[in-house]
Design a binder for this molecule. Structure first.
Ligand code: SLL
Length: 218
């Protein structure tokens, strides 16, 4: 095994990252304005072990936290904190040194509140745990022989055909998501046509008014 690159090979590894959050019982932490407890994590799909190729994960928190750079060197790659506000977390994945891979940066908006579809905070669900996770794929192009051997020894099951309550990520979910995006794009395009027509009509009316004004002035 060596650091030589395996030309023409691409390995895709699914990951799931994000956070859960729960409301703290009031007066849990004396003299503190913290309202929530949250855990941010990076995992493999179906909790598959990613530590065979991930060496460490650095979570960068908001600067209102003491020591905002939190390094986790062993699985589970997660971090639990308490706080009062939402912010964007930076998650840096570093790979085993023999892989020769550059770090990968992920970005996650820490979510504490149960939002409704319209963006307002749901009061009905305010005591329920909140979850915000994202599926993504790490792509390794021409991995070193060393890394390739690791991937062979630790295969990933990949996306299942259908979602289950424990695993919302599936081929079907992906198809549904693409369909939703296509429908939304279509709607936006339809709206655009309507607004363009309105704009043209209004511009024409404006021109007529301008002409009329010129005529009156004379
Ligand atoms: C906001 N822009 O105003 C965001 C910032 C920061 C949250 C949220 C700190 C906890 C601590 C904390 O919760 N920061 O002081 O230890 O909503």
């Amino acid at each position: 095994m060596s650091n030589k690159r395996t030309k023409g090979v691409t390995v895709i590894r699914p990951i799931v990252y994000g956070n859960i959050a729960t409301l703290l019982p009031q007066k849990k932490i004396p003299d503190s304005d913290h309202t929530h407890k949250w855990t941010v994590s990076v995992k493999g799909l179906n909790n598959e072990d990613i530590s065979s190729f991930v060496k460490k994960v650095t979570f960068k928190l908001h600067e209102t936290y003491a020591n905002p750079q939190r390094v986790v060197e062993h699985p589970p790659f997660e971090l639990t904190e308490t706080g009062w506000g939402e912010f964007e977390l930076t998650i840096k994945l570093q790979f085993v040194p023999e892989s020769g891979e550059k770090p990968v940066m992920l970005y996650h908006n820490l979510r504490l509140h149960p939002y409704e579809e319209d963006g307002s905070i749901s009061t009905a669900n305010k005591n329920k745990p909140v979850q915000s996770f994202q599926y993504d794929e790490l792509v390794f192009t021409d991995p070193t022989e060393y890394l390739y051997q690791i991937f062979i020894q630790h295969p990933s099951s990949g996306l299942q055909t259908r979602s289950t309550p424990n695993n919302p990520y599936s081929v079907q979910a992906e198809i549904d998501e693409i369909r939703k995006i296509e429908e939304a794009t279509k709607k936006v395009q339809e709206q655009l046509v309507i607004y363009k027509e309105k704009l043209e009509k209004t511009t024409k009316e404006l021109d007529e008014v301008k002409l009329e004004l010129e005529r009156v002035k004379k």
